[in-house]
Write a protein that binds this ligand. Structure first.
Ligand SMILES: [Zn+2]
Length: 278
């Protein structure tokens, strides 16, 4: 899937993995576990590089030593290479003398990157803070439960019951008893960590998308509940979006935001329920 789709304003695509990278960047905790995603996501790799340059610029700017003589020009040169052309002709700009008007868009671009990272971080923190307090009447609640297995696969040796094993041994030519291993019954508490965080992450990502979408109402006016199954591949299936009262616009915004959400692979299929209200 092309990451260019992210820039399609009609159907914004938000990747939860990308949101995690932004979280980690904001907290300064980019680690080896993020390498795989950075290797195949040009957007995040670029974001990490830009944040690295911002960090080093800040470090230089706040260092208690006298800045080197060419510090200012290096900062401005760097800023100029990052100029983001919003509505001006890039060729026209390139022919201009390097002036103040060429610098501010670059600085604004860096500032907006930092703002986006902070917004992701704040959203994540909010979700983390709200999640444990199930009893409290939080506006946005989330829940996760392991989904029931779909079609039971053909019985594996460990799940064959003893009667069947005995019959097979009696009727078969082979007399060597099959090794009977104790069936591994996963405990309800043994849901992988990522599944537990998924509803909160989905909630934070969706709220961010909705906030950024000018076509969405400022307040939902009611609650919109999403119930869906997330496959181990990250695909969202069996989804239901139910809203209470007259929240047609909010309902539409949630649907659109969910359409554009990309989830990472999960260790286990999970049924998620979350309420959105803003
Ligand atoms: Zn990414």
């Amino acid at each position: 899937m092309s990451h260019d789709e992210k820039r399609d304003e009609l159907a914004p695509v938000v990747s939860l993995e990308c949101a995690r990278i932004a979280d980690a960047l904001a907290e300064g905790t980019i680690g080896p576990e993020h390498e795989e995603h950075l290797n195949h996501c040009a957007d995040c790799a670029a974001l990490v590089m830009e944040m690295d340059s911002v960090t080093s610029l800040l470090a230089e700017a706040t260092a208690p030593v006298t800045p080197p003589r060419d510090f200012a020009s290096r900062v401005l040169d760097r800023a100029n290479t990052l100029t983001l052309d919003l509505d001006s002709d890039p060729y026209e700009d390139a022919t201009k003398e390097r002036g103040a008007n060429a610098r501010w868009p670059a600085l604004a671009a860096l500032a907006s990157i930092a703002a986006v990272a902070l917004a992701f971080w704040a959203g994540g923190m909010q979700a983390k803070l709200e999640a444990p307090e199930r009893a409290a009447p939080a506006a946005n609640q989330v829940a996760v439960a392991p989904a029931a297995p779909v079609a039971p696969a053909t019985s594996s040796p460990t799940t064959v019951d003893r009667a069947e094993v005995t019959l097979r041994q009696a009727g078969g030519a082979e007399l060597a008893p099959e090794p009977v291993q104790p069936a591994v019954v996963p405990e309800p508490a043994a849901i992988p960590e990522p599944s537990l965080d998924i509803p909160s992450e989905i909630q934070a990502a969706l709220l961010q998308v909705i906030e950024d979408n000018d076509g969405c109402p400022k307040t939902s006016g009611g609650s919109v509940r999403i119930t869906a199954t997330v496959e181990p591949t990250g695909a969202i299936v069996d989804r239901q979006i139910v809203s209470s009262g007259d929240v047609t616009q909010a309902h539409r915004c949630v649907t659109e935001a969910l359409d554009g959400l990309k989830l990472p692979p999960l260790a286990q299929r999970a049924r998620v329920t979350l309420d959105l209200r803003w």
